[in-house]
Design a protein around this ligand. Structure first.
Ligand code: SF4
Ligand code: SF4
Length: 162
């Protein structure tokens, strides 16, 4: 019982930090302000063609606003990598923290426009199969940013409990 309480408190604290203080968000504040002030026209939430269906955005979302849904037809992106799911963003649960965008590998690894965005994915014309063939150079900072999610105990527990 005590352990359960600790797990709950740890998860709640991590997410509270993200929501209130944007403790590990990197999306440019200028873009964020433009969106919050309504100067960006909302379009699609997910650029489906470029999304690889990795589920990173869903794991990173502190409010559980992103659900990964199964595709009717899986899409093979390259040998050994097939997309089976796409994220669906629930705007009513979204608090505009932009972690989903920041964690999307297109943005985090390749520096391209992220394929998910709470208000506007913008122009995403990346050819995902070509990007995936490209060697990626990642800075220590970026590895630390990504690994904090991969090592986040609350996410690992969430997966184990599925
Ligand atoms: S911007 Fe919205 S959908 Fe994206 S991680 Fe934050 S709360 Fe979740
Ligand atoms: S993190 Fe990006 S590529 Fe991965 S499922 Fe979410 S939108 Fe798609």
């Amino acid at each position: 019982m005590t352990n359960l309480l600790l797990v709950f408190l740890e998860g709640a604290y991590t997410n509270l930090k993200r929501i209130l203080f944007a403790s590990d968000r990197v999306t440019d504040m200028g873009i964020r302000n433009m969106i919050l002030e309504g100067r960006v026209t909302p379009t699609e939430k997910v650029a489906e063609a470029s999304c690889i269906g990795c589920g990173g955005c869903s794991n990173a979302c502190p409010t559980g606003a992103i659900e990964m849904v199964d595709l009717d037809e899986p899409v093979q992106l390259m040998e050994g990598l097939t997309k089976t799911q796409l994220p669906v963003l629930n705007s009513e649960k979204c608090v505009n923290c932009y972690y989903c965008h920041d964690f999307c590998p297109l943005y985090a690894l390749f520096g391209q426009a992220g394929t998910i965005h709470p208000n506007d994915v913008g122009e995403v014309d990346s050819d995902i199969s070509q990007l995936l063939e490209k060697p990626v150079k990642i800075s220590e900072d970026k590895i630390a940013f990504i690994s904090q999610y991969l090592a986040d105990n609350t996410i690992i527990r969430k997966r184990e409990n599925k």
